[in-house]
Design a binder for this molecule. Structure first.
Ligand SMILES: Nc1ncnc2c1ncn2[C@@H]1O[C@H](COP(=O)(O)OP(=O)(O)OP(=O)(O)O)[C@@H](O)[C@H]1O
Ligand SMILES: [Mg+2]
Length: 218
C-alpha cells in the first residue's frame, strides 16, 4: 500500500533528513516507526502527507506516485489519511467539538450526523463535558486525545500518528493504543512514530527503525 523507494530529503545547510530510505507497508498493517530525535520520523510523515516532497526517489501510496500528485488533488488525497500531528495543530479559535468536527464539516456531512458522530468520539476519549472548551484550557494529554479524535473521525483507511502518546500517562497511552488496535482490526492501516520502548515492545508489531535518516532495521 505504501512504498518508499530510495527516498532522499535534504534540508538547507545540508541536513540529510532522509538518506536513501526504502520500505513498504502492506494494507491493513500496524507498524511502528522508531528512532532517536532527528532520525527522520516526522519527515516520513510529512512526505506521506504531501506537506513536503522528496528530493529523489519515489513514494507510492496505493497506485499513486504522490510526488507527482497535482496540487489540486492534494486535499482529496489527504481525506484518506488521518494524521495525528506531533504538535497537534488544533485550532485555538474553535471549541474541542468544532476541532473534532472539522473534517466532517469540510466533507459536507449533515448537521445531525456530525452532532452524533462527534459526541460519540468525545465520549470515547473521555472528554464529555469539555466539548465547548477552547483547546487552550486542556491539558497536554487532553489536547493529544482531541487531535486523535479529529484524525480518526472520518474513518480513514490509513492513520499515521506522530508520537501520539508523547503527553499521555500510562493508562491513557494504553487506552489510545487499544483504540488504534480496534481500528486496525476493522482494516485500517496504522503507522505510529514512537519513542516509547515499552509500548513498542508490548505491542509486538513490525518496527521500522530510523537512525540519522537511514533505515537501521525493518
Ligand atoms: N523544515 C525543516 N528545515 C530544516 N531542517 C529540518 C526540517 N524538518 C526537519 N529537519 C531536520 O531533519 C532532521 C529530521 O527531523 P524529523 O523531524 O524528521 O526527526 P524526528 O525523527 O521526527 O525527531 P523527533 O523524535 O525529535 O520528533 C532533523 O535534523 C531536523 O532538524
Ligand atoms: Mg518527530
Amino acid at each position: 500500500m505504501i512504498k518508499f523507494n530510495h527516498v532522499y530529503k535534504v534540508f538547507e545547510k545540508d541536513i540529510k533528513a532522509l538518506d536513501d530510505v526504502s520500505f513498504s507497508i502492506e494494507k491493513g498493517e500496524f507498524i511502528f516507526i522508531t528512532g532517536p530525535s532527528g532520525a527522520g520520523k516526522t519527515t516520513v510523515f510529512n512526505l506521506l502527507y504531501r506537506e513536503e516532497t522528496a528530493d529523489m526517489g519515489t513514494i507510492f501510496v496505493e497506485d499513486t506516485d504522490i510526488s507527482h500528485l497535482h496540487n489540486s488533488k492534494i486535499p482529496f488525497y489527504r481525506r484518506r489519511i488521518g494524521f495525528v500531528f506531533q504538535d497537534f495543530k488544533l485550532l485555538f479559535d474553535r471549541s474541542i467539538f468544532e476541532n473534532i468536527a472539522l473534517p466532517l464539516v469540510i466533507t459536507g456531512a449533515p448537521q445531525e450526523f456530525i452532532r452524533k458522530t462527534v459526541t460519540e468520539a468525545i465520549n470515547k476519549i473521555g472528554l464529555a463535558g469539555r466539548e465547548n472548551l477552547n483547546p487552550w484550557h486542556l491539558s497536554g494529554g487532553e489536547k493529544q486525545k482531541t487531535a486523535i479524535a479529529r484524525a480518526t473521525i472520518l474513518n480513514p483507511p490509513f492513520i499515521m500518528a506522530d508520537e501520539p502518546t508523547g503527553n499521555l500517562d500510562e493508562d491513557s497511552s494504553w487506552q489510545i493504543m487499544n483504540m488504534f488496535q480496534e481500528l486496525n482490526k476493522k482494516g485500517t492501516t496504522i503507522m505510529i512514530a514512537s519513542h516509547n520502548k515499552e509500548i513498542t515492545a508490548k505491542m509486538a508489531k513490525r518496527v521500522i527503525r530510523l537512525e540519522a535518516g537511514s533505515v537501521a532495521a525493518v
